[in-house]
Design a protein around this ligand. Structure first.
Ligand code: ADP
Ligand code: MG
Length: 452
């Protein structure tokens, strides 16, 4: 889209969102001067308008721009006196500005991105909940923050959508920024990286691209799964990776899949990605959901009864983004009514957000586990006490309980009519072994991937 066309389109949308008086006062004589690596520079007639747009309409403007072009990641406002249309209008604005004392302190805003490093300051570890579902990722994150580039390089974090990958990798960046102010950090989505690369080719300036990405001490690349099938980008990333890695620069990737399962990924990249620390984030368990719900309510100063917390935590399984969506509905209603909601009201409100519990055929899970260990499916159900079969059976029981929440008695009954205490014992055994046996952890992660 041309600059003018884009801005006209945005203006027509903004006009619908604010009063006519506001619109004519603040948006007339504005236009897009240029776009520079995803940042739109909006020309405004004077400083007063500039401050006003930034303080009052920044979020709306950015949102509208992104709605029309998703590659946009920031807006800046500059006074542009050279546009002939604006020339006569600067003075009165400046006068008004003197009369009103405008606060220059800009509110931290969800959409505010730092131009230098692309990080969003809303992602930090302050209200970040750590539980069994993400504690390994968190521990690695803390180690990287103390010593970027030293131990866990690259750090590859993967897991389903809405589980906190972007949050954790951005929070690493934001924290390194505070603890190591001299380090140059850059966060980029794979899509943005690809666009940058294509632009550099089109502008016949591939070296600018190479130089840009090679100057950072910490590179954070989000949603790397989108690299599948992009051969040229893979080639560039491969060389970039080697250069950064050899000079001990920290590299962090996120993906919705384990590197071995990203379709159309060159083998040499696959092995690079998995050569450092590879950690999965899974869906939060019940206790972690309780903690997330409490944290979210605390941050909005809403009061919530413990019975409502547990009820929400029970019904809102799945990913954190969906969970936040449901909580927002509850918080909004409560603010609207200006009181805490009753349990019945909350239940009614979130009825639509509850996903049906994962249904699973126990047989399918057993088959996946047996296949993984190269065993015949039947042996899992039989009474055999052969060591490798016992192990596979324990893993199957562990996963049925841990990931699918199936009751101990039912697991026992389905897996060859065993007593529920056997299942409890197996579950616990794997749980304990996992703490000391990283290869078991890897096995279980690989099996989990096959559930998807
Ligand atoms: P992903 O990148 O894996 O799709 P996000 O990082 O975007 O997921 O997380 C989704 C939402 O959940 C975000 O609003 C994020 O702030 C929130 N969130 C994720 N993990 C946590 C956590 N451990 N504690 C609190 N909030 C979290
Ligand atoms: Mg993400």
């Amino acid at each position: 889209m041309e600059k003018k066309e884009l801005w006209d389109k945005c203006l027509s949308e903004i006009e619908l969102n604010i009063s006519k008086a506001n619109f004519t006062t603040w948006f007339k004589n504005t236009y897009i001067i240029k776009e520079d690596s995803g940042v739109i520079h909006v020309g405004v007639p004077n400083e007063f308008v500039k401050d006003w747009l930034y303080n009052k309409f920044h979020k709306l403007i950015l949102k509208t721009l992104i709605g029309n072009d998703e590659t946009i990641r920031g807006v800046e406002y500059s006074i542009h006196k050279h546009d002939p249309k604006n020339e006569n209008k600067t003075d009165e604005g400046v006068v008004v500005k003197k009369a009103i004392n405008i606060t220059k302190e800009l509110p931290l805003n969800d959409l505010y991105l730092n131009k230098e490093d692309n990080l969003n300051p809303k992602y930090n570890f302050n209200s970040f909940v750590v539980g069994p579902f993400n504690e390994l990722a968190y521990a690695v994150a803390q180690a990287i923050i103390s010593n970027p580039g030293q131990n866990y390089n690259p750090f590859f974090i993967y897991g389903g959508t809405g589980l906190g990958k972007t949050h954790i990798i951005q929070a690493i960046g934001n924290t390194i920024k505070i603890n190591h102010p001299l380090k140059k950090i850059y966060y980029v989505s794979l899509e943005r990286f690809t666009i940058d690369y294509i632009n550099s080719i089109q502008n016949k300036n591939p070296n600018s691209f190479k130089e840009k990405y090679r100057k950072y001490d910490v590179i954070i690349m989000d949603d790397i799964q989108f690299i599948s099938g992009k051969d040229k980008t893979q080639e560039e990333l491969f060389h970039l990776f080697n250069t950064l890695y050899e000079s001990n620069k920290q590299i962090i990737f996120s993906s919705d899949k384990h590197p071995n399962f990203i379709q159309g990924l060159e083998e040499r990249l696959q092995s690079r990605f998995a050569s450092g620390m590879t950690v999965q984030i899974v869906e939060p368990d019940y206790e972690s959901r309780v903690a997330i719900i409490k944290a979210k309510f605390e941050s909005t100063n809403c009061i919530i009864e413990p019975e409502i917390v547990s009820s929400l935590a029970e019904s809102l399984e799945g990913n954190i983004r969906e969970l936040e969506g449901s909580l927002n509905t509850v918080i909004c209603q409560s603010q609207l009514k200006n009181r805490s909601l009753t349990l019945a009201e909350v239940k009614l409100l979130i009825k639509n957000n509850i996903r049906p519990k994962k249904t699973v055929a126990i047989k399918d899970i057993v088959k996946i586990v047996a296949d993984y260990y190269g065993l015949a499916e039947e042996v899992i159900y039989e009474k055999t006490r052969r060591k490798e079969i016992v192990r596979a059976r324990q893993v199957a029981m562990y996963l049925l309980r841990e990931d699918f929440n199936i009751s101990y008695p039912l697991i026992g009954q389905k897996l060859g009519d065993r007593d529920h205490t056997t299942v409890i014992h197996s579950h616990l055994k794997i749980k304990v072994d996992l703490k000391t046996d990283p290869s078991l952890l890897q096995e279980i992660e690989k099996i989990r991937i096959m559930f998807k």
